[in-house]
Design a protein around this ligand. Sequence first.
Ligand SMILES: [Zn+2]
Length: 111
Amino acid sequence: MKYGEKSKTGPEFDRWRVTHPECGTADVVALSDENAILNACREWGVSWGVYACECTVMRLGKAEKARCIRCGRVAETAGQGMCNQCRSIAAAERRQALNRVRQEPERRQWA
Ligand SMILES: [Zn+2]
């Protein structure tokens, strides 16, 4: 079974809130707490192997299907009403924007 596909009964997704002292908080949809941490680290763009042990996970409840506000796909959504995939993309875009802002003053300084 490929990622995103469901069997008739379907896996039961839960919503999780993952918190890391440096990375902050991410609301994700996952099958288990381990998966939730993996998803959160992907969103933060950090190495799971390094950050997982410092993460705390809280189960928020059953994930409900909703239409993703970004891609329009009906999927389990968490945080910002987006599916896992779109949240990762949005988070990567946020990080890129942040990096640009951080790099701007340095570039000016050395120009
Ligand atoms: Zn989406």
